[in-house]
Design a protein around this ligand. Sequence first.
Ligand code: S3P
Length: 195
Amino acid sequence: MTHVVLTGFMGVGKTAVGRRLARRLGRPFIDTDQLIEEAAGKPISKIFDEDGEDYFRDLERRIIAELEPDTPAVISTGGGTFANATNRKRLEELGVTVCLMTKLETILERVQRNDRRPLAQGPEGRKRLERLLKERMPSYRKADVLIETDSLSIDQSMQRVLNMIEPRLKQGELGEQAGQTGQAGQADHAGDDEE
Ligand code: S3P
């Protein structure tokens, strides 16, 4: 099943773009931060405050490991999720990974507007985000598709994502149909014969 997985730094618009993309594709939208909050029974800011970041990361890993939507979905992840190799592997298995990218200045302006993101808070917020963005860039670059969204509206970003992933989604559907009709099985046997 080819899910669409959105990744990228906090404040790049994963949730907003993801929701619209899900609507456009007629798929359910899953936000892994929301799953974490539901599992913990409190908002992320409280998890960080009361239990610490390590606890949050453990919970995040568990949620990603257990993620197995039963219909093709659009999945939006937290900004730090893709930086962990185990999470990344699982998300890559789930489908096509898309990283949204935005300039640090735009990110700062967006994330410091409210107190929902603990890592952006406090006098060290800016420095911390700068460092994290730099550290995480090599991981983000491993996504199947990278999209710069600085000059794009949410709808334009969604359209750009759609244009980039449509061929992969079609390929995925064809693969599944082939699997259902047994063609994939036949291909396996053909491979065996050659050995
Ligand atoms: C985090 C990003 C947040 C959330 C948590 C940690 C990060 O998600 O998972 O605050 O480490 O970058 P968003 O990217 O949706 O803000």
